[in-house]
Write a protein that binds this ligand. Structure first.
Ligand code: ATP
Ligand code: MG
Length: 384
């Protein structure tokens, strides 16, 4: 008897003439997620089987595979020879100790001596005999024992379907640059876009020493979480310290965030184009904070020349975003209380609905190009 992991994918995404391409990328992504763990992955009748691993690694494999986009459900199963005795031994192992159950059998091997209902009845009967705390309930069972009798003389026995990440395999929908702060929103935005198959990389702006090293570490930690979904993650880090100092020195303080956002967008587009990223992604959500009005977005968007800016959270409430961040595992990191550069030199009364003519007037007091080049010179890159 051997433990294996069954992977089912959301087949709907993989159909059509690009099917082979999607499946290839999907398989490569699964291999990447299991790097360093001994295993083999085989494709079999519309699903994949992970085999040949150490039994203790089963949970680790499941936790990694569940994060690969394209995975619909995952089950840990026992692989046994297709004999009633061996199937029964496995069924006992996946059975709960108490409660109601039913047995569901799928028989691909039509030469097997019993048909599906007969197998279910036989195994169910033996389970009842072996454990008086079990009862059959075919309508609303507490748990289901699934038996797959396959054509190759082996059967798979399991009782749980765990949900996978769904979505499309990362790498099938181009590349994008995520503006990642240490906050709750941007990691969720990145996850949503990666889920649609886009490989993302990150760009973080800091203002060290006004912002501290813990703030920087927080972004590294968030990037490491995203990396598991994104099959790796490149984090670009740029200092905007000098930009903020110059704005503070020369401009009306109420425009700090508005002006800073325009610098961020310009720098993002330059880095994106250098790296072959096809869009910029932000965690903005309409009306969430003072800088996230449509006027604020107009002002920061106006400096972008070529690329689309994706704002997947625009229509989400904060609670919805928090729910997602908990699910993907970024929430606990995001709520650590370290300052983001946007709160450095924060004015008491930021401009909420900036008029573009006023923004341009303030910006004219700065050497925009020189400051961008200085900022780009601070670029560091970390691979997660
Ligand atoms: P988040 O929770 O992602 O920090 P937020 O609600 O704090 O978002 P803002 O501070 O207005 O909102 O930032 C809006 C978006 O701008 C962020 O979601 C992110 O995409 C980008 N952004 C903000 N600060 C930074 C930063 N320091 N580095 C990179 N991108 C940033
Ligand atoms: Mg923030």
């Amino acid at each position: 008897m051997e433990k294996v992991v069954i992977i089912r994918y959301a087949e709907i995404h993989l159909k059509g003439k690009n099917r082979g391409y999607f499946e290839h990328i999907f398989a490569v992504n699964m291999e990447k997620s299991l790097k360093g763990i001994r295993h083999e992955i085989h494709r079999q009748s519309g699903r994949y089987l992970v085999e040949g691993f150490k039994e203790n690694d089963a949970d680790l494999i499941v936790s990694k595979i569940k994060k690969v986009f394209g995975v619909h459900t995952v089950s840990v199963a026992y692989k046994v020879n297709s004999t009633l005795d061996d199937i029964f031994e496995a069924a006992k192992l996946v059975s709960e100790d108490y409660g109601t159950f039913k047995v569901e059998t799928h028989r691909a091997d039509k030469k097997f001596l019993l048909n599906s209902p007969q197998i279910s009845a036989e195994i169910g009967g033996r389970l009842l005999e072996s454990n008086p705390n079990l009862k059959v309930n075919v309508h609303e069972p507490d748990f289901i024992i699934n038996i797959d009798v396959r054509e190759n003389g082996t059967s798979l026995v399991f009782n749980k379907f765990e949900s996978g990440a769904d979505g499309m395999p990362v790498g099938t929908a181009g590349k994008g640059l995520l503006l990642i702060s240490g906050g709750i929103d941007s990691p969720v935005a990145g996850h949503m876009i990666a889920k649609r198959g886009m490989k993302i990389e990150g760009l973080h702006f800091h203002s060290y020493p006004y912002t501290n090293m813990q703030a920087r570490q927080k972004v590294n930690d968030l990037s490491a979480v995203l990396s598991e979904y994104n099959c790796g993650f490149t984090l670009n880090v740029v200092s905007v310290k000098k930009i903020q100092e110059e704005i503070h020195k020369n401009c009306n303080g109420a425009y700090m965030v508005t002006l800073l956002r325009r610098f961020m967008m310009r720098i993002a587009e330059i880095i994106a184009e250098r790296n072959g990223d096809q869009c910029i992604i932000t965690g903005e959500s309409l009306g969430q904070v003072a800088s996230q009005t449509v006027e604020g977005m107009t002002s920061s968007n106006a400096v972008i020349k070529n690329l689309p800016v994706l704002r997947p959270l625009c229509g989400f409430d904060k609670n919805e975003i928090i729910d997602r961040s908990r699910k993907i595992g970024t929430y606990e990191i995001s709520i650590q209380p370290y300052e983001d550069c946007c709160t450095v030199f924060l004015p008491d009364y930021p401009i909420i609905k900036p008029k573009i003519s006023d923004v341009l007037q303030e910006e004219a007091k700065l050497d925009v190009e020189g400051l961008i080049n200085d900022a780009l010179a601070t670029l560091e890159t970390v691979e997660m």
